[in-house]
Design a protein around this ligand. Structure first.
Ligand SMILES: NC(=O)c1ccc[n+]([C@@H]2O[C@H](COP(=O)([O-])OP(=O)(O)OC[C@H]3O[C@@H](n4cnc5c(N)ncnc54)[C@H](O)[C@@H]3O)[C@@H](O)[C@H]2O)c1
Length: 399
């Protein structure tokens, strides 16, 4: 195993200002009317909303797999932001990733940050000898972008099944001595497949309408099996495994090359080109800004019930892909003077729309009532923050 230890400047432990200055560049074809960075505000806001949850993690060791990815960008930096500004004992953070798409620059910049370690480790392999005595584990390692999991289906399944199994075995083996206090498995809204219209908004009790053999099945079905593993390790071994089902997160940290909807649209905007839709624009989604979602994830980890699944996302507004594209145009127009149009063009990928859900909108009543989870950032505001981030961080956004 190649071992890499990274950390960063020990100032705020966050590293956004230098990144902004270093990354802001002339790559975009657009003029730039304003340059506030949304990230400091987001991180401060996350820490405020998670004050009690982070207090529960004080002095504990938290393991995060897949930390070099989109969610890792805010999961890691919100903990480090908390450590830097809190008088509580620090949260010790141990992160691993196999860096299949390279080591992101923002992670390299964290080298030297106290109470933080990041290693090169593939979760499908046995846990490394120096795996820390974990109090909490977040298993986020998986290929998450549909374009990438369709081209790497076996790796996707292995991370969600073998990788998860290794962590659950670790928890089971420590149940009598030094028990892990919470394991959070990142499942997906895609376990619902293409819900029937009477199941919109979709509650956690809906069983799904999923193909086991289609091009998305490697992702959907391995997440479903992962959930079943969690529930049974809880029932039979007392492992406090909890499940989140994220619904379409977006925002800073989501690579512009990730081939997901909002980064694809942002790339068109920053290139000064028309926004291209690969569908007819009719499928509908709700979108959850990353700062809201991260609050939900830590709430489930700390306060969620073991053996249970929680939808984390926004329950409104449910917008069509065409409406989203038009909203991007108007937000980018206000920020950058963007004047593009929305056009439809078929994707080069013949599987792009196969088994693509027509509607995706969660019920979040369970997280709302049990965990006090409430999204706060509007779609308009979130898109604006995302566009600013893409414009300010061209190197962090690629890769
Ligand atoms: N972002 C969303 O909207 C969303 C929606 C539904 C589910 N999820 C789930 O949340 C988790 C994180 O999503 P994300 O958006 O950050 O994904 P991402 O693709 O941006 O990041 C995932 C990370 O996992 C790493 N990884 C993959 N296989 C690995 C392995 N075998 N060993 C070690 N590392 C490995 C990748 O290198 C990557 O850095 C994933 O499990 C994903 O399925 C995310």
């Amino acid at each position: 195993m190649t071992r890499t230890t990274v950390s960063s400047r020990a100032d705020s432990g966050v590293g956004t200002c230098a990144e902004t200055a270093a990354d802001a560049g002339p790559e975009s074809a657009l003029p730039f009317k304003s340059s506030p960075s949304p990230e400091h505000e987001d991180l401060a806001d996350i820490c405020r909303r998670l004050e009690d949850d982070f207090a529960a993690l004080a002095g504990k060791t938290v393991v995060l797999t897949g930390g070099a990815g989109f969610l890792g960008y805010y999961l890691i930096r919100s903990i480090l932001h908390h450590n830097a500004g809190s008088s509580d004992p620090a949260i010790h953070l141990w992160v691993c990733d196999n860096f299949q798409r390279g080591m992101p620059g923002w992670l390299t910049k964290l080298e030297g940050t106290p109470h933080f370690q990041c290693v090169d480790h593939d979760v499908t392999r046995p846990l490394p000898a120096d795996f820390p005595p974990a109090d909490y584990i977040l298993h986020a390692a998986s290929i998450a972008s549909p374009s990438f999991y369709r081209s790497h289906p076996i790796e996707t399944m292995d991370a969600n099944v073998i990788g998860l199994r290794r962590l659950l075995d670790y928890c089971r083996d420590r149940a009598d001595s030094n028990p892990v206090q919470g394991l959070l498995f990142f499942s997906t809204s895609e376990i619902y497949g293409d819900p029937s219209p009477d199941q919109i908004p979709t509650p956690e009790t809906y069983r799904g309408l999923v193909s086991s053999t289609g091009p998305r099945a490697c992702y959907d079905e391995s997440k479903r099996y992962g959930e079943t593993l969690c529930v049974n390790f809880h029932r039979h071994h007392g492992v406090p495994a909890k499940i989140v089902r994220p619904f379409n997160n977006y925002g800073p940290g989501l690579k512009i090359t990730d081939r997901r909807l909002i980064p694809d649209f942002a790339r068109c905007v920053l290139d000064g080109e028309d926004i291209v839709m690969f569908s007819d624009g009719s499928p509908t989604r709700t979108f959850c800004y990353i700062a809201d979602a991260v609050v939900g994830y830590f709430r489930v980890l700390v306060r969620g019930r073991a053996g249970e699944a929680y939808n984390i996302g926004c329950d409104r507004p449910e917008v069509s892909v065409a409406e989203l594209a038009r909203l991007m145009v108007s937000q980018a127009g206000g920020l950058f003077g963007y004047r593009g149009e929305v056009v439809h063009r078929p994707s080069d990928d013949p599987d792009y729309l196969v088994d693509n859900p027509n509607r995706r909108c969660p019920s979040i009543e369970k997280a709302r009532s049990e965990l006090g989870f409430e999204p706060e950032i509007s779609l308009e505001d979130g898109l604006k923050r995302s566009l600013l981030w893409y414009r300010n961080h061209p190197t962090a956004a690629v890769g």
